[in-house]
Design a binder for this molecule. Sequence first.
Ligand code: SF4
Length: 241
Amino acid sequence: MVSSYDTRGQITRRFQIVIQINTIPEILDFSLNPAAARTGHFKLPRAILVERNWNRLHLVGSVIMADKSTIEWTDTTWNPVTGCTKISAGCDNCYAARFSERFRGVPGHPFQNGFDLTVRPERLLQPLDWKKPRMIFVNSMSDLFHKAVPKAHIARVFDTMERADWHIYQILTKRSSLLQKFINDRYKERPAPPHIWFGVSVENEQATTRVTHLQKANAAVRFLSVEPLIGPVGKLNLRNV
Ligand code: SF4
């Protein structure tokens, strides 16, 4: 019996695990690694959830467990970068930071380096493997436009999003000026494709300048995330959002 935790670290459900798969070493590793079991980041790298009820979980084949999101406005998270640094008051209670730091130093864990910014080229092509259309939250555990993320890596993220155009991608940032610059450099002649949505977080009135950057970005679809709402935001100009 293990506990299942969501990305905010809350227990979602307790499972008995039944695994029908041929990767015995990983299964042993999983069963012996309480930290991995606690988070649902199984050492078993790929497994398909084929049956789930209140007591049993069957895994066969290959899907990364973490690709199902508990966030209500998306289907899946995709993290070609993890880790970040705090930039404004809205970061004070960053769940990604809290979650990641819990596993700093756990050998083999995806967050063994905690919330240190980590570029993950091995994840760049993941959306191409997902054949059914999904709503994908890009970088739920980071900020794609963090100044330490190489521009070439961001460009490769966009290459994948343009190729796997049957999905909808939701990119949310607090680094709105860097978003504006990147988008306007990449999409000079025409707006970014409509299956790539761009959003900024607005937590108080100081953060409303991000809306202006978003409006100046050559995007087809723009959105706001007005949370955590830690102060009045005043009158928001929602033109083209
Ligand atoms: S920008 Fe986002 S991911 Fe980065 S520290 Fe702030 S809330 Fe967390």
